[in-house]
Design a protein around this ligand. Structure first.
Ligand code: OOG
Ligand code: NI
Length: 448
């Protein structure tokens, strides 16, 4: 019997999570409906240009999730789970010195790294881990209690992790095991009906709302699931018209006249959800928590390090962008500011028949239309936007003592905790572009 591959498991998991989350948070379903409405409108308005940054099928199915865990052991288990779905850690985001609100977490994103896998299903999960060792947030006593609490809980049943390891070792799972894997994986991210221990939750909320969400409860859950939209400004207006209160702004690049780059995101405010709450005297009563929110994103072209150097310094002001950057894709390509893959231009055959010889340089090959350039979509996240989204959705701002030394955490540390390589996003984009040029040069017989 055919195995369910990592690609199948990733697509099924994304769908299952989406239907579970839609049941838990009905506003998410509204957001997905409006996103689809907007995408259909952009497709009708722009035709094939709307698919320049991904097919409408990919964009319609596209989601990112956000989850939060407490310690390296839990993070390593998340790594095993996502490996079975062909999702690998990419990038390290340190939100502990985020502006305007430092957060006691470090994060990575699990996602496919192969362009073919991204095209098949680009599901990605922004995954944050608490850093209770960081003295700016936790004193020694609280650190010890947080670690003990986390040490006592089990987020993922051993059967699930064993199935995940088997899927990796055997290149997939037979149907029945795949079904069981998906059931257990999805259930691991459901909101728990367990009463929340109020004094403990409140103590952690005083440090940070994120600390309480992570270590104040005995299980983990999806924080949000984010659909991709082709016109985020339109979506923002439509959601407001439907009476959904959005955060004050769209995070990331401004709406400007030039090409869409990187990532623009916005969200609606965290919703009150019914949760059982246990008070200090032991009584359990219905209460509510505001943690989970709805987010939507628009993706643009991935920028090179040179492009990031320019853009990361710019204010979110369309005029400043127009003054500092070229207004077209070709301009970005010429200036080396964004990533583009190369492929044989349909006109190349005619040029060859007319007796022309392809030039050796990349610029000439593109200018003379031997080679066409296609933008590489930004597949990652932006720490500043992530911090902004966290901040606008936290009820308690929390506190950090900037006068003490934090705990050092970097990508190498994260790789050690995960027991797997943490890919550098820029290396992935560069490798994809290099491979495309090597292939097209070999077809044209032009040495690199
Ligand atoms: C993650 C926030 C960051 C994004 O899209 O930048 C994020 C979280 O709330 O756990 O999801
Ligand atoms: Ni998000």
């Amino acid at each position: 019997m055919a195995l369910h591959t990592s690609t199948d498991l990733r697509s099924s998991f994304a769908r299952r999570l989406s239907s579970m989350y839609g049941g838990e948070v009905p506003a998410y379903t509204t957001l997905v409906d409006v996103a689809h409405e907007v995408n259909a409108e952009v497709l009708a308005r722009e035709g094939s240009a709307a698919e320049r940054l991904g097919s409408i099928d990919r964009v319609t199915a596209e989601r990112h999730g956000a989850i939060r865990v407490g310690n390296p052991a839990e993070l390593a288990q998340v790594g095993r789970l996502f490996a079975a779905m062909g999702m690998h850690p990419v990038g390290m985001y340190d939100l502990r010195d985020a502006e305007p609100t430092p957060l006691p977490i470090v994060s990575t994103a699990f996602r496919p790294v192969d362009p073919v896998e991204l095209a098949a299903n680009p599901f990605r999960v922004f995954t944050s881990m608490l850093v209770p060792e960081d003295r700016r947030f936790f004193d020694a006593g609280l650190q010890a209690r947080v670690q003990a609490f986390l040490g006592r809980r089990t987020l993922f049943p051993p059967e699930l992790l064993a199935l995940a390891d088997r899927a990796v070792a055997e290149g997939g799972l037979p149907a029945a095991d795949a079904g069981r894997f998906l059931d257990l994986a999805t259930a691991s991210f459901a909101l728990s009906p367990e009463p929340v221990d109020k004094p403990w939750y409140d103590e952690l909320s005083a440090v940070s709302g994120v600390a309480a969400d992570i270590a104040g409860v005995t299980s983990t859950h999806v924080n949000h699931l984010t659909p991709r939209v082709l016109d985020i400004d339109l979506l923002y207006r439509l959601m407001q018209e439907r009476g959904v209160e959005m955060i004050d702004e769209i995070q990331g690049p401004p709406a400007w006249a030039g090409p869409a780059v990187l990532l623009r995101q916005t969200s609606f405010r965290a919703l009150a959800e019914a949760r059982l709450v246990r008070s200090a005297d032991g009584t359990v009563a219905p209460g509510e928590l505001r943690v989970r929110f709805g987010e939507v994103e628009a993706r643009g072209i991935a920028l090179t390090p040179a492009g990031r150097d320019v853009v990361d310094r710019l204010p979110a002001d369309p005029q400043a962008w127009a003054a500092a950057l070229p207004g077209t894709e070709a301009g970005f390509a010429d200036a080396g500011l964004a990533w583009f893959t190369a492929s044989l231009d349909p006109a190349a055959g005619e040029l060859a028949r007319a007796g022309r010889r392809p030039p050796g340089d990349a610029g000439g090959l593109a200018a003379e239309a031997w080679v066409r350039l296609d933008p590489v979509v930004y597949e990652d996240f932006l720490p500043r936007s992530a911090a902004g989204i966290f901040h606008s959705n936290l009820t308690a701002a929390g506190q950090a003592d900037a006068t003490v030394e934090g705990a050092p955490r970097d990508a190498a540390w994260l790789a050690g905790a995960l027991g797997r390589e943490v890919h550098d996003p820029m290396d992935l984009y560069a490798a994809q572009v290099d491979a495309s040029w090597a292939a097209v040069r070999s077809t044209l017989g032009v040495p690199g």
